[in-house]
Structure formats: structure tokens, C-alpha cells
Write a protein that binds this ligand. Structure first.
Ligand SMILES: C[S@@+](CC[C@H](N)C(=O)[O-])C[C@H]1O[C@@H](n2cnc3c(N)ncnc32)[C@H](O)[C@@H]1O
Length: 242
């Protein structure tokens, strides 16, 4: 466990996030629910993951950072791939081990895990990077780039607008929650600076606000190789590019 996680400081963002998710796990995603508390449905997730199913070979290694309770994305990905999930919350990881028994799950801070270079064909980080302090995010994006093999895919939810803060009584519970994110153009710049190619950037509504969803790709072994077939116009999504 990292020094940061072991902190007794109640304002420590990692502690707030870990304790908060331990408390709200089943409020956010009740067992058996087809949607989360913000109405992102399992159908939405399946559509977002389609490029993984189209472009990665069966049996590829896929990393799920901030995997939550394993539902929906780790379970969907495990239909075709070998999934490693990482989550800072004890309760979320315990649920993930039950819901996706074939997966490998690590209870850890995603900024503290390490894997050999080129370990994964794909990495997903859905609604979880936004809980990592902003100053740690560029390094994490750089690590993901190193962990991906040639042409590897990274699907990640980011902020659409910049905000860092804590909310009390989150989801009607007695939990606090911490968020930290830049705006979508900043993330796009970070991905490009790192060497990723942007395949998709989408705004996903959430009540009165919204997040950005990026699908980015590490360079392929052959730059002249065929362009990936990432379709536009998927259901219910507000494209701001393509
Ligand atoms: C909104 S949930 C999303 C879960 C799942 N990815 C989904 O889309 O349904 C955010 C998850 O990120 C995890 N998380 C937040 N910060 C983390 C960190 N630094 N390291 C690992 N997991 C983290 C939380 O514990 C929580 O389970």
C-alpha cells in the first residue's frame, strides 16, 4: 500500500475516494441493475466497447482501471479477453471478484500499480480517472501509453469542463466524494502530446452536466496499416468531432 493511501488525513483525496466508494458501491450500482445511478446503461457501455471487440484479438489482455464492482465493463470484456481490474475501493473489488470470477482483480490505487511495457492490447478507465488528483493524471496517461502494445486502445471518460472539489452526502449517503478533472480540450492535448491518435471523442450527458469519452490509440507497428473502422453516429451520443 502506498504512503498516500495509508494517510490518516481525512482531507486526503485518495482516502475520501476509497471510503466514499466503500460506502456507495451498491447505491451507485445496485446488484442486478441495468444502469448506474446516473442512468448510463449497460447498452451504452457495450456500444462504447465495440471497438475493442472489433479490433483486438480474442484472448488479448485488457486492463480496467477503476473497474468498480466489475459490472458492466469488466464482465463484458471478459466474454472475449483476459481482464485485469484495479480499484482503490475494498468493497468494489470484493464485488468484482464475485461478479467476474474469471478476472484478475487488484485492490490498489491506479496511480501506484505498474506493469511491464506492452502488457495490454487495451485499457479502459471509465468514470474513474475523474477521481484522481489532476496533477497525477498526465503521469498515469504516460504509463497507460507504455503498457499498451502497438495499436493498443485506450477508452477513457474525462471531464468535459474543468473542476476539482468535494461533495458531501453523495448519492444521498453519509459519504463524501472527491473529483478532479481538466476540460476535454486539455485531455485531447495530453493524449496527442503523449503520442496517442484520437479515434473518437464524444460528450456523454449526465443530468445537467456531461463528461467526455475518448477512444485513443497507441501507434501501430506499421504506420501505413489500414485505418481502424471506428464508426460515428452511435445511439444517443453527442459527437463533437468526426
Ligand atoms: C464511478 S465508479 C466507475 C466504475 C466502473 N468503471 C463503471 O464505469 O461503472 C469509479 C471507480 O473508480 C475507483 N477509483 C477512483 N479513484 C481510484 C484510484 N486512484 N485507483 C483505483 N480506483 C479508483 C472507485 O473506487 C470507483 O470504483
Amino acid at each position: 500500500m502506498s504512503e498516500r493511501e495509508a494517510s490518516d488525513d481525512p482531507r486526503d483525496p485518495k482516502k475520501v475516494v476509497r471510503e466514499g466508494w466503500n460506502r456507495v458501491s451498491t447505491i451507485y450500482r445496485p446488484p442486478g441493475s441495468p444502469a448506474d445511478a446516473f442512468d448510463h446503461t449497460n447498452t451504452d457501455y457495450r456500444e462504447w466497447l465495440q471497438p475493442f471487440f472489433r479490433m483486438l484479438a480474442p484472448g488479448s489482455e485488457v486492463l480496467d482501471l477503476g473497474c468498480g464492482c466489475g459490472i458492466p465493463e469488466a464482465r463484458m470484456l471478459s466474454e472475449r479477453f483476459r481482464v485485469t481490474g484495479v480499484d482503490i475501493s475494498d468493497v468494489q473489488i470484493a464485488r468484482a471478484r464475485r461478479t467476474v470470477p474469471e478476472g484478475r482483480f487488484l485492490r490498489a490505487d491506479m496511480t501506484r500499480v505498474s506493469f511491464p511495457a506492452r502488457s495490454f492490447g487495451g485499457v479502459v478507465c471509465l468514470y474513474s480517472l475523474i477521481h484522481v488528483p489532476l496533477d497525477e493524471q498526465p503521469d498515469l496517461i504516460a504509463k497507460v501509453y507504455r503498457w499498451l502494445g502497438p495499436g493498443g486502445l485506450f477508452l477513457v471518460t474525462t471531464g468535459a469542463t474543468a473542476w476539482t472539489g468535494v461533495e458531501e452526502g453523495w448519492l444521498g449517503s453519509n459519504a463524501k466524494m472527491y473529483w478532479s478533472h481538466a476540460d476535454a480540450p486539455t485531455y485531447e492535448q495530453w493524449f496527442k502530446e503523449r503520442g496517442f491518435r484520437i479515434l473518437r471523442r464524444t460528450l456523454v450527458p449526465e443530468g445537467a452536466t456531461r463528461h467526455a469519452l475518448f477512444l485513443v490509440q497507441a501507434p501501430t507497428a506499421s504506420p501505413a496499416g489500414p485505418a481502424p473502422r471506428i464508426g460515428a453516429g452511435q445511439r444517443g451520443l453527442d459527437y463533437f468531432d468526426r
